[in-house]
Design a protein around this ligand. Structure first.
Ligand code: ZN
Ligand code: ZN
Length: 233
């Protein structure tokens, strides 16, 4: 089944599924359900993890028999993912979980997903503003998924800096922030939204984007706050 859209769905915390125009579904960072959310009833073709923490790497909890690309090796080093599945290319760029090069919380990855003529970047548990090298490694970004809840990741003000560094053309989607069901204590999304253009809040957990090439909207990229519940639930 093919379409002329790329669909992005948020399932809570940093768990996102991206479905390509050809119908390939990539799930990033499936959480352990002890954090308060339920994994979606989706059988992805691919599961990718940014790092090995339990709220990002519950690969065994994902239904079906997906290909699994882990961002970190078992001993916690960057795995340097570069894989193509159907019409989706998946790569990783090494980053850290804290502002001291992993000294406190270890390593992390940005996950780059190229499909439908656009590039989507998922920041995982990024814990620092990017180096020049990291910015160069992710050039030409259309959609940015950025942790907005502080505490274990970027401060909300640093998240705004990362948005400026990456300068996505089309959309910014906050993830990894406090909701009414999350049992981990994070900051609500409002902390990061402060000082940014007014966000679009969707009742659904889903954003559909027509395939690229993508032109920058005249009023800049949209900030889209998704719900974590699917509209059908
Ligand atoms: Zn983490
Ligand atoms: Zn996390």
């Amino acid at each position: 089944m093919s379409s002329d859209t790329v669909t992005i769905r948020w399932h809570g915390q940093a768990c996102v599924t991206i479905t390509s125009p050809a119908g390939v579904t990539v799930m990033v960072d499936p959480f352990d359900e002890s954090i308060g959310y339920r994994l979606p009833d989706i059988r992805p073709d691919v599961v990718v993890t940014t790092h090995n923490h339990y709220d990002h790497a519950n690969v065994d909890g994902v239904p079906g028999n997906p290909s699994v690309f882990r961002g970190l090796t078992a001993d916690g080093q960057w795995a340097a993912i570069d894989e193509t599945v159907g019409d989706v290319r998946i790569r990783s760029v090494g980053t850290w979980h804290d502002e001291v090069r992993g000294g406190k919380r270890g390593l992390n990855n940005l996950v780059l997903i190229d499909t439908g003529g656009m590039r989507i970047v998922h920041c995982g548990d990024l814990g620092h503003v990017l180096t020049d090298e990291q910015v160069e490694a992710v050039e030409d970004v259309d959609v940015l998924l950025v942790p907005a809840g502080g505490v274990y990741t970027l401060l909300p003000s640093e998240a705004r800096t990362v948005i400026r560094q990456i300068a996505p053309r089309r959309a910014i989607i906050p993830i990894h922030f406090q909701t009414e069901v999350l049992t981990i204590r994070l900051e609500p999304v409002e902390a990061m939204l402060k000082g940014l253009p007014i966000a679009t809040r969707l009742q659904t957990n889903e954003l559909r984007l027509p395939v690229g090439p993508v032109e920058t909207p005249a009023d800049g990229p949209q900030i889209v706050v998704l719900g974590w519940k699917s509209s059908g639930a």
